[in-house]
Ligand binder design. Sequence first.
Ligand code: TMP
Length: 233
Amino acid sequence: MTSSHDPPPAASSKRGAFIVLEGLDRSGKTTQVKLLEQRFVEAGRPVKMMRFPDRSTTIGQMIDGYLKSNVEMDDHVIHLLFSANRWEAAKHINELLASGTTIVSDRYFHSGIVYSAAKGNPSLSLSWARAPERGLPRPDMVVFLDLTPEEASKRGGWGGEVYERAEMQRRVRELFRGLGGLEGEGAVERDEDVVVVDAGGGVEEVADRVWGAVEGRVGEVVRGKRGNVRVVE
Ligand code: TMP
């Protein structure tokens, strides 16, 4: 039996693992991404933290303007910009993974499809939203840090960005829980890469739960059992 305090196993495969943390705003996601990165650093394994949206690029700046409500944009247009913001990083992601670096990412394409679909625009379904993501490097595991919007807002209140409203956050949570195989909104198809982890409680406690959720997958990657990086289908 391994405990949740065991470090990542020593490498036998060359490629790195691709782990994504998702969660509502204020779910503690950014802290948990750093703690997960730390585990790999301490085990002496190359690791890189990423985050999406990457606001440093030209496309990222357009997204930033939208999120801060400075710019009005059609729902499909902003969706495609978020996706383009991942596509501009795709080559780099593939290179890092191929060189043996593990990536721990603060959000990725599941945020893309879920936040857009949560807007309730009838011409922007989950499947429409997924189409431009097809072909991107696929994460080995996506952890959704689950917290009710009420609990999340108690942790300091929402910021001022466009999606930081209780009703939107509630729908985002329902969709993620549906993807993770828990009861969720409507007929959301189970996504085998998504696992839901309780984000309530202390930081270390949650970090151990996150590691408990990903260590099996990381071990499979390291032992070469998951083969090359796959693409989003
Ligand atoms: P952040 O607060 O983690 O920087 O994310 C900014 C907001 O953008 C957050 O409300 C989630 C949302 N988002 C999308 O709507 N689509 C996406 O593809 C991504 C990555 C984030």
